[in-house]
Design a protein around this ligand. Structure first.
Ligand code: ADP
Ligand code: MG
Length: 667
C-alpha cells in the first residue's frame, strides 16, 4: 500500500462505505490521510472517578461492573453502564446506539473520555468516547483526540481508526517531492502527517500544521510562478510602441487632471505593454478612484499600435456605461467603440468591443485583439478569464477590481499577476455622510430626500437583497417598493425601476433616463452595485441593509459621492436589533474599503470578501491566508527551485506532483 492506493482496494471498505467516502471526495489513501482534523478534544488528563467534578472533561480507565439497555417512552435505547476505577464508580449513558451492548461486556477494561455532567439529576458521563485498550495505545480517549470535519455518516471515530491503521503502512513509502533544502526548518513530511492526526502535545500540532501549510502554499507558489514564467517566455505578443506625445495629448484633453496614483499606474502598465511578453496585471482601486480612464489610456495606445481592444464587464448595466464612457473619450480621436450583446453581429468590427460574458461566445472573432481589459474581475470565474485570454491568442491582459486585496492574498491567489494600486481619490471628493436610520426617522429622511431632489439632485433606493442571482422574486419585491414609493411617498417626483429581469434594451433605457435626469429617483435591486457612475446622484438609500456585507454596502455607497456635491448614504434595517445596528454603524465612521473588508472577514468570514466563486477556486485545506511570513518563505523556496530548473526536469517528483495538482487547480 502507498499514498496512491485506492481506498476501495483496501480491506474492509465496501460499496456503502465508499459511497460515504465519495461524499467527502476521498478516493485514495492520500486523500484520507490529508483529510485533516479541524479540532482536537483534549482528553489527555486521566482522572480518578472519586476526584472528578461536574463540568470537567475527563478520561476514566476502569472495569465495567454492569451494562444494560433501557428504553425511553419514545422507545429509544438508553445504554447504561457502571464503571469502577478503584477510587469510585460512575454511570455512563449512551443514546440510541444498538452496538454498544454487543461490544462491551461486564468485566471488560475500558477507557472512556467525555464531559462529566448531570443526566436525569444524576452525575455521569454522557455519550462519551470509549475504547478497550491500554493507555499507551489509546486512540479515541486519554489523549489529544482528532475531530474531523463534515463526516457525512462517517464518524470521527471511524476516520481516526482508519487513518491510524494506514499511517504506519504508508510511512515507509512516502517520497517527499520537495527537496530537503527547502523544508529543513520543518518536520519531515511523514512525521507531520502522523502528528497532525495523532499529536502528543499542542506544540506537535503546531509543528505539523506548519509543515503541511508550507507544502500547500509551496505548491501554489510553484504552480503560479511556473505558469507566469512559462507564459512570459513562450508567448510572444506585440510590444506596443509608446508615442509619448500622442498619449499626452489624449491625457490633456480629459475633462480632469489625472491623480498621481492614476499616473503611476499608467506608467506601470506602459512598461508591461512595451514588452513582447504579454502583460498580466491587476489594477486595484477603491470605488471612484478612476480605473476606467486608466483603461481608456491603454486602449488608446493599443489603437495607436493598430490593434483592437476588448473590455469585458460583469453586468449589462456596466457594459452600457463603459460603452458610453469610452465612446465619449475615444471617438473624438477617430476610434470606434461598440457594444457586443451576442444577439446581433457587428457589420464592421469596431476598434473597441465592450460587452459582458457574451464576449466569450465562439461567434465573436478575437483574432486581432491586442489588449483585453476585464473590469470588476472578481465577478468572473478564473475559468472565464483564462478562456477569454486563451481565445485571443496572446493579448496584453489587464484586470481591474475595487475589492481590497491584502498582501498575503495578492501573493497567493493572485501570485501570477502583477499588481498596481490606485491609492488616491480624485481631489474634491467629499466623504459620503452615512447614517443608520431607525424606522421612526423614516418620514424625516423622505422629507430630506424630497428637498434634495427639488435642489436638482438624484437618488438611488436599493431594495432588499432577496436572492444573489436576481430572480423573479427580487424583481417583484423591487416593483412593489417602486409602486409604493411612486404612489404614496413621492407622487410628485419621477421614479424609475431597475432590476435584473428587465430586457437589456429596457435596462439601457432606464439607465439613460437616469443619466439624462429624466428620472429623479432610481429604485433598484443591488444590480447597481458595480460601477455605475452618475455624479449628480447624491443620496444612496439601502433598504434591508443588514442583508449585505459591509464591503458590499461600501461598494453600493460608492455609487454616490462621485462629483463634488456632498453625498449621503442612508441605511435602513429590517431587524432593528443591537448586533445589526452596531454592525451597520461601522459604515458611519469607516470609509476605508480595506478596513471594512477586514471587519467582514472577522464578522462573516472570507467568502464575503472574495466572493464565493473565487474563494471556492482556491480553498486552502490547512494553510491560512493571513500568514505572510510562511507565504513568503514558500514563495522564495519555489523561486529558488525554478531559477535553475524552470522545466522541473531535475525535480521529477515535484513535476509529477504539480501535474497532479494542476488537474484540480484552476489556471
Ligand atoms: P472606478 O474606479 O470606481 O471604476 P470610475 O472610473 O468610474 O471609478 O471613475 C469615477 C468617476 O471619477 C468618473 O466620473 C470619472 O470620470 C471621475 N474621475 C476619474 N478620474 C478622475 C480624476 N483624476 N479627477 C476627477 N475625476 C475623475
Ligand atoms: Mg469601475
Amino acid at each position: 500500500m502507498d499514498l496512491s492506493t485506492k481506498l476501495v482496494h483496501t480491506s474492509g471498505i465496501g460499496p456503502s462505505l465508499q459511497a460515504k467516502l465519495d461524499k467527502l471526495n476521498l478516493t485514495t489513501v492520500e486523500d484520507l490521510v490529508t483529510h485533516y482534523p479541524f479540532r482536537y478534544e483534549d482528553f489527555a488528563k486521566i482522572s480518578k472517578i472519586a476526584e472528578a467534578r461536574a463540568g470537567e472533561i475527563v478520561t476514566f480507565s476502569g472495569d465495567v461492573l454492569s451494562i444494560k439497555n433501557t428504553y425511553t417512552k419514545s422507545h429509544k435505547i438508553l445504554t447504561k453502564a457502571i464503571l469502577n476505577d478503584g477510587s469510585g464508580s460512575v454511570e455512563i449513558i449512551w443514546f440510541n446506539n444498538r452496538w454498544i451492548i454487543k461490544n462491551i461486556k461486564v468485566g471488560d477494561k475500558i477507557q472512556t473520555s467525555g464531559k462529566l455532567d448531570f443526566f436525569a439529576g444524576k452525575l455521569g458521563l454522557i455519550a462519551p468516547e470509549w475504547e478497550k485498550v491500554d493507555i499507551n495505545q489509546a486512540l479515541h480517549t486519554g489523549r489529544l483526540v482528532p475531530v474531523y470535519p463534515e463526516t457525512y455518516g462517517l464518524t470521527s471515530k471511524w476516520l481516526r481508526a482508519k487513518i491510524h491503521q494506514f499511517l504506519p503502512q504508508i510511512t515507509p513509502t512516502i517520497v517527499d517531492p520537495i527537496p530537503v533544502e527547502a523544508t529543513k526548518d520543518f518536520l519531515p513530511l511523514a512525521k507531520a502527517l502522523e502528528k497532525i492526526h495523532f499529536p502528543d502535545t499542542y506544540s506537535e500540532i503546531l509543528q505539523a500544521k506548519k509543515r503541511l501549510s508550507f507544502d500547500e502554499l509551496f505548491y501554489i507558489q510553484l504552480s503560479t510562478l511556473k505558469k507566469r514564467e512559462d507564459w512570459q517566455n513562450k508567448q510572444v505578443t506585440k510590444a506596443f510602441k509608446i508615442d509619448k506625445e500622442k498619449l499626452q495629448e489624449f491625457i490633456d484633453k480629459l475633462p480632469f487632471k489625472l491623480t498621481k496614483a492614476q499616473d503611476k499606474v499608467i506608467q506601470e502598465v506602459l512598461k508591461d505593454v512595451n514588452k513582447t511578453s504579454p502583460a498580466n496585471r491587476l489594477i486595484q482601486g477603491e470605488v471612484g478612484s478612476g480605473k476606467t480612464v486608466v483603461a481608456a489610456v491603454i486602449i488608446y495606445l493599443a489603437y495607436l499600435n493598430g490593434l483592437k481592444s476588448l473590455l469585458m464587464a460583469p453586468t449589462e448595466i456596466l457594459a452600457f456605461q463603459h460603452n458610453a464612457t469610452l465612446t465619449k473619450l475615444l471617438e473624438p480621436f477617430g476610434i470606434s467603440v461598440g457594444l457586443y450583446t451576442g444577439s446581433k453581429k457587428f457589420t464592421n468590427i469596431p476598434d473597441v468591443i465592450v460587452g459582458t460574458h457574451a464576449l466569450l461566445s465562439e461567434k465573436l472573432e478575437l483574432n486581432d485583439i491586442g489588449l483585453i481589459v476585464v473590469d470588476e474581475q472578481q465577478r468572473f470565474g478564473v475559468a472565464q478569464r483564462s478562456l477569454l485570454r486563451a481565445r485571443a491568442k496572446s493579448p496584453h491582459f489587464i484586470t481591474m477590481t475595487a475589492t481590497p486585496i491584502p498582501r498575503t492574498v495578492a501573493l497567493t491567489i493572485y501570485g501570477d499577476l502583477d499588481l498596481s494600486v490606485i491609492d488616491e481619490m480624485p481631489v474634491g471628493r467629499l466623504e459620503v455622510k452615512t447614517h443608520y436610520v431607525p424606522e421612526i426617522k423614516r418620514e424625516d429622511s423622505y422629507k430630506f430626500m424630497e428637498k434634495v431632489v427639488q435642489e436638482g439632485q438624484q437618488i438611488y433606493i436599493i431594495t432588499p437583497l432577496i436572492d444573489e442571482s436576481e430572480t423573479l422574486v427580487s424583481a417583484k419585491a423591487a416593483k412593489a417598493e417602486f409602486e409604493k414609493l411612486q404612489t404614496k411617498i413621492f407622487p410628485n417626483l419621477k421614479l424609475g425601476l431597475l432590476h435584473g429581469k428587465l430586457k437589456p434594451k429596457e435596462k439601457e433605457e432606464v439607465i439613460n433616463a437616469f443619466k439624462n435626469h429624466k428620472i429623479d429617483i432610481l429604485v433598484s435591486t443591488s444590480v447597481v452595485e458595480v460601477g455605475m457612475d452618475i455624479p449628480n446622484a447624491t443620496i444612496m438609500v439601502i433598504e434591508g441593509a443588514e442583508r449585505f456585507g459591509l464591503s458590499q454596502l461600501h461598494q453600493l455607497r460608492g455609487r454616490v459621492g462621485r462629483g463634488n456635491l456632498q453625498s449621503y448614504c442612508f441605511l435602513f434595517a429590517e431587524q432593528e436589533i443591537p448586533q445589526v445596528i452596531s454592525r451597520l454603524k461601522n459604515l458611519e465612521h469607516i470609509h476605508d474599503g480595506l478596513k471594512l473588508a477586514e471587519l467582514d472577514l472577522q464578522i462573516r468570514g472570507s467568502g464575503e470578501i472574495f466572493g464565493t466563486r473565487q474563494s471556492g477556486d482556491w480553498d486552502l485545506k490547512i494553510a491560512s491566508l493571513s500568514n505572510l511570513e510562511l507565504i513568503e518563505q514558500a514563495r522564495n523556496e519555489a523561486k529558488k527551485i525554478l531559477q535553475d530548473d524552470l522545466t522541473l526536469d531535475k525535480h521529477q517528483p515535484l513535476l509529477g506532483k504539480l501535474l497532479n495538482l494542476e488537474n484540480i487547480m484552476p489556471d
